[in-house]
Structure formats: C-alpha cells, structure tokens
Design a protein around this ligand. Structure first.
Ligand code: ADP
Length: 232
C-alpha cells in the first residue's frame, strides 16, 4: 500500500497490561485517509484497548504504529497534545460537562487550541447547525435526550476539524432510531473527509451500513472485510 495514503498503520502491535493480560496481539492494520471502519468483537476482545492505543493513552509493548505522520510507538509524551489535535473522540456515555451549556461544551475544544473568540463562535454555531442542534445552544446536557447529547459530543469532537474521528460504542446508550441517526451523522462527517473508526456491538447497524468491518477476538484481528462502502 502507498505510504502516503495510509493514515493509520499498525505493524505487529501488541499491548500487554501490567497485570500480564495481552489485550492486543500482533495487530497488522492499515486505514487509508477517508475510510470508514467498524471494529467489532465480543466484550474483552481488545476494542477499547485499540482505541486507547490510538489515543496514546496506552503504549504498545511491541510493534510499530504510525498515525497521521506521528510514530506513536516511539513518540515523546510531550508531543501527545499536538498529536491529539488530529483526533476527535466520542464515547458511549457522552461525557459532556453537565454544568456547562451546549455552546460551552463545544466551545471548550476550541478554547484549548486558542482559536479567537469570533472564529470560535462561528465554528461552534456551524457545528451545532450541522448536528441539528442550533436551537439548543443555551440548553444544558441534562435537558437533552440521549441522542441529542451524543450529537453534542460529535459536534465537540469535530469542531476542531480533526483528521480522524474515533467512536467507542457511540450508540451503546441509545434506542434504535437514535442509534441510526448517530450513525448517519458519523457517515456525514466521513463524507466531508474525516476518517472514521467506530467500535460497536450493534450488528444491525454494521449490516445496514455496508462499510469495512474489522473483527477482533481475544486481541487478534480474525477478519477484515470490505462491505462495499468505501469509495462509493
Ligand atoms: P473490549 O473493549 O473489547 O471489551 P478491552 O480492550 O477493554 O476489550 O479489554 C481487553 C482485555 O484487556 C480484557 O481481558 C481486559 O480485562 C483487559 N484490560 C483492559 N484494560 C485493562 C487494564 N487497564 N489493566 C489490565 N487489563 C486490562
């Protein structure tokens, strides 16, 4: 594969926790810029460890990892904040700040990278518009439904325009209708050029979306199938 088109590249990656558990074993994986990839597998198979490894929260014990030009396996910790700007993350439990309104929740991502006030306002408005919550800017997370809260989390993850969006069980707390809407939103972000990786247990959604599906079992990739979604 052409080095230039590979945005994420893992070669022989293993992760062993201090307890001795080998959560990932000999992972070879390449994700190209612009792909949409599902990662599936039963509980304990290593999916969260994979996401944490990409986030730089967990260090590989063996192998090589390059993400968006950053060599994670040998990168100094002080570079981590710069690397993280390449990533947006969405979690199952939303993780919004309940004492801040929706605007502030999204704006915080921009404040961290020092965007001017005027630009920040424009960017936050635009993102909330994109996720269909322009009229909820002043609301607080607890005043929103689960689906709406997850849409705020997506806006927060995307407002800095990261190259990669990682979603760890983003529909785990949602009903089928909201789950589907969240997936469609992730697909929209992908269409706008973001590379998207979604960890999920939701077989129904995976089957309907027809994207690349990487299956992990006991820390290993046991299948990697392109379901025809890429490049369409
Ligand atoms: P999944 O996300 O697929 O449920 P995880 O990545 O959470 O899987 O876990 C993979 C394996 O690593 C499991 O055996 C789990 O118990 C173990 N594990 C996860 N996190 C830790 C940790 N911080 N310390 C030790 N073992 C861990």
């Amino acid at each position: 594969m052409n080095e230039n088109t590979s945005l994420i590249r893992l070669k022989g990656v293993g992760v062993r926790y201090q307890t001795g558990t080998e959560a990932l074993k000999d992972i070879d994986l390449e994700v190209k810029k612009g792909e949409f990839v599902f990662m599936v597998g039963s509980s304990g198979s290593g999916k969260s460890t994979f996401i944490k490894t990409l986030l730089g929260e967990v260090k590989a014990s063996s192998g090589k990892i390059a993400v968006a030009g950053y060599p994670l396996d040998k990168m100094k910790r002080k570079k981590l904040p710069f690397y993280r700007r390449k990533l947006g993350v969405v979690f199952q439990e939303f993780r919004l700040l309940n004492d801040r309104n929706i605007f502030e929740n999204v704006a915080l991502s921009q404040r961290v990278i020092g965007v001017s006030k005027e630009r920040m306002k424009k960017n936050v408005h635009a993102m909330l518009e994109m996720v269909g919550l322009a009229d909820k800017e002043k609301a607080y997370p607890m005043e929103l439904s689960g689906g709406e809260q997850q849409r705020v989390a997506i806006a927060r993850a995307m407002v800095n325009r990261p190259e990669i969006l990682l979603a760890d069980e983003p529909t785990g707390n949602l009903d089928p209708e909201n789950s589907w809407e969240i997936m469609k939103l992730l697909e929209q972000m992908n269409r706008l050029g973001t590379t998207v990786i979604v960890v999920t247990h939701n077989d129904d959604i995976v089957n309907r979306m027809k994207k690349r599906v990487v299956t992990v079992q006991k820390g290993k990739i046991v299948s990697d199938r392109d379901r025809g979604g890429y490049g369409q």
